[in-house]
Design a protein around this ligand. Structure first.
Ligand SMILES: Cc1cc2nc3c(=O)[nH]c(=O)nc-3n(C[C@H](O)[C@H](O)[C@H](O)COP(=O)(O)OP(=O)(O)OC[C@H]3O[C@@H](n4cnc5c(N)ncnc54)[C@H](O)[C@@H]3O)c2cc1C
Length: 400
């Protein structure tokens, strides 16, 4: 009998899990543990409308206070989980207490990677939390600052775009030959860099950052890049430290079964922390995007309840999806890109900053990218689910 479920991580995946537990008819106790002091809020605006000052924090709550009450949850906020004992079925907390559980959902997300010595420099920041975003906003909102973004991933590029639109002088430094190379391939990464160039933001690739100094970034070749503000956007690491010693399998994420179970009865995981085998793509994945966290949270909860009721669980076999907003461009990607994919433009043109491209590998359709082309992206979801051939996908794109 499941009487208490503990959800660790009070963000998107954790909240979606709680909602799905209640929708699934679970009436027992739910305790949510979260190290941030805030109730669940939405992260995508942190690099966009909240950072620009267009929105205030009350716009980004994931669920209104009244709706929250209907979930009947005990919130333990401002407290970190520090350990998991799978034999005793207990979670240790940073305030010295421990909480027992019948079922658990682990959704602690990811934390930004830092540069060595970063903490010693006041002008160097990262962006992951609401507090980070408000801090960065204070620094850039009035424009006129020299902002150096280290790392041309999605968050770095979105910050560059917002900071530029606020009237700052912005440069992006990237170690790889193109921005977003591993997410979209070099050619499409270069197409996105071109949008930044249109707005006077240089995305400088093949640049190694060697260190930080007061008011500057030290770049290879002994050259100093002046900076009033440095934003380090060099990726994240899954927040699994607290699980060390738990016996769970950690390998750049928490390794889960395809149904998101962590290898312990009635314990599931969801969101940026999860590494699992996606049967649809026959590939092990860990995904750091919104839709994945939302869907996994709901499925982890449903599977926990199914296991408790001795019903079969469901594998998580999605077509991954993400979006990004930079300047007035909305970038969407469905599927999975890999190095060496065959990438074909099927509508519009990168020169017009409006296009759609298909990604194929080994004769199969693997993904679709759109820049301001939503009607060319979404219809391919069903084709990706059906696993159609690349030739067939190109023919379908030509017809539409
Ligand atoms: C600035 C920004 C912009 C983004 N924009 C987009 C976008 O445009 N499109 C898109 O698809 N995705 C975007 N994302 C990604 C998306 O927001 C994440 O994939 C999503 O938030 C992951 O949800 P999660 O619940 O798994 O993890 P998180 O949102 O990281 O939440 C995990 C929570 O667990 C807490 N926690 C960590 N360790 C512990 C512990 N030991 N004990 C208790 N609590 C703990 C953390 O503090 C955090 O509150 C963006 C992310 C950021 C940061």
């Amino acid at each position: 009998m499941i009487e208490r479920i503990v959800v660790v991580g009070a963000s998107l995946a954790g909240l979606r899990a709680v909602e799905a537990l209640r929708i699934g008819g679970y009436e027992g106790e739910i305790v949510v543990v979260g190290v941030e002091p805030h109730r669940p809020y939405d992260r995508p605006p942190l690099s966009k409308r909240l950072l620009s000052g267009e929105w205030e924090p009350d716009r980004i709550v994931l669920r209104k206070q009244d709706d929250m009450a209907s979930l009947d949850v005990e919130w333990r906020l401002g407290v970190a989980a520090t350990g998991l004992d799978t034999d005793r079925r207990s979670i240790a907390l940073s305030d010295g207490s421990a909480i027992g559980f019948d079922g658990a959902i682990l959704a602690t997300g990811a934390s930004p990677r830092m540069l060595p010595d970063q903490g010693r420099h006041d002008h160097v920041v990262v962006l992951r939390t609401l507090d980070d975003s408000l801090d960065l906003r204070r620094r850039v909102v009035n424009g006129g600052r020299r902002v150096v973004v280290i790392g041309a991933g999605f968050i770095g590029l979105e910050v560059a775009s917002t900071a530029r639109l606020l009237g700052n002088d912005v440069v992006v430094l990237e170690a790889a030959p193109a921005p977003l190379g591993h997410a979209l391939g070099n050619e499409m990464g270069a197409a996105i860099a071109a949008v930044h160039a249109d707005h006077g933001v240089e995305v400088r690739c093949n640049v190694a950052v060697e260190g930080l100094a007061t008011g500057a970034v030290l770049v290879d070749g002994g050259w100093h890049e002046h900076a009033d503000v440095v934003v380090v956007g060099i990726g994240v690491t899954p927040a699994t430290d607290w699980l060390n010693g738990s016996g769970l399998r950690i390998r750049d994420g928490l390794v889960c079964r395809s149904d998101l179970n962590v290898g312990v009865p009635l314990v599931y995981a969801a969101g940026d922390i999860v590494r699992w085998h996606n049967p649809l793509f026959d590939e092990e994945m860990r995904i750091e995007h919104w839709t994945n966290a939302s869907e996994q949270g709901a499925l982890a909860a449903a599977n926990l309840l199914a296991e408790g009721a001795e019903q079969p669980t469901t594998p998580y076999a999605p077509v991954p999806f993400f979006w990004s907003e930079q300047y007035d461009r909305r970038i969407q990607f469905l599927g999975r890109a890999s190095a060496g994919d065959d990438v074909r433009i099927v509508a519009g043109s990168p020169d017009d900053r409006q296009f759609a491209a298909l990604y194929g590998r080994a004769g199969r359709l693997r993904g679709v990218l759109g820049m301001n082309m939503p009607r060319h992206v979404m219809p391919f979801r069903n084709h990706l689910l059906a696993g159609i051939g690349f030739g067939e996908a190109l023919a379908l794109a030509a017809e539409s």
